[in-house]
Design a protein around this ligand. Structure first.
Ligand SMILES: O=C(O)CCC(=O)C(=O)O
Length: 262
């Protein structure tokens, strides 16, 4: 693919593989986020998949070049916006949601589908943010047990600016805080799917960044693929666990690079 200002870099793709999420603050037209939030405030019922008919302005988010850039980078240019979508409204006083993984417990070790969570209104810590656990996307856990876990090390509350889109791996562990504020927290969940295996990278790829030597000072903070895939350890797991994780990451990266086609 020829370089584009909206496609991700190698380091950003590698970080998605490792952490299972990527945050974007697209440069949306002035007033769009607030007008979407106000329309959602006024909705009397949840229209399910028809949320985009009730609030057609949501297409301006999905069609934004920066949003398309992330989707193209991670799923290829033929990605599909799936017909299922859902408005998650957390009104004031709503309780927390237990940890869970979406999907059917058949883990996808490659990046063949994922979610886009759009927050039209700024989410503060007391508004019931989505809480994700970076690095859990390749880890299966019994759903009933996971629901009893409490404060998981490494969790990240998505305390975000209005207009943020959080792209999250389908299997990332997540839940929410309680909404203790007096404001409705809105999130629209979209699903995206790959339709074709890559035959080459679909992001701004620079072959020169591959195979850099180990950087024992920067480790996972380094800005090249090799060091990110080798060292990053968002869950701070043990060394033997990390070895296993690394081989899954590498297979995922190779798949994105188009290795399956060669
Ligand atoms: O409302 C949220 O922030 C999270 C919703 C959720 O966990 C889900 O859609 O699976």
């Amino acid at each position: 693919m020829s370089p584009s200002p909206h496609l991700l870099s190698d380091a950003e793709v590698a970080r998605f593989v490792v952490n299972g999420y990527h945050l974007l603050e697209p440069d949306l037209p002035t007033g769009l986020n607030e007008s979407i939030a106000q329309k959602l405030d006024a909705l009397g019922h949840n229209p399910g998949d028809a949320i985009t008919e009730a609030v057609p302005e949501l297409w301006q988010v999905l069609d934004h070049p920066q949003v398309k850039g992330v989707l193209t980078s991670l799923l290829g240019p033929g990605y599909e916006v799936q017909s299922h979508r859902h408005w998650h409204c957390k009104p004031p006083g709503s309780p927390h949601m237990n940890w869970h993984q979406d999907g059917l417990n058949n883990r996808d070790l490659f990046i063949n589908h994922f979610l886009g969570l759009y927050y039209p209104r700024t989410v503060s810590a007391d508004m019931g943010p989505t809480i994700i656990v970076p690095g859990t996307q390749f880890r299966n856990a019994p759903t009933d047990r996971m629901a009893t876990y409490t404060n998981i090390r490494g969790q990240v509350p998505l305390v975000v600016k209005g207009g943020t889109v959080a792209f999250t791996h389908y299997d990332l562990w997540h839940g929410t805080g309680a909404n203790r504020s007096s404001v409705k927290r809105h999130m629209i969940k979209f699903l995206f799917r790959r339709t074709q295996d890559n035959i080459a990278p679909t992001w701004n790829h620079d072959p020169a960044t591959l195979n850099r030597p180990h950087d024992w000072n920067q480790r996972g903070q380094a800005e090249d693929v090799n060091n990110i895939l080798t060292f990053a350890n968002p869950l701070r797991v043990s060394q033997s666990d990390h070895y296993k994780e690394r081989s899954i990451r590498q297979a995922c990266w190779n798949h994105l690079m188009g290795a399956a086609q060669r």
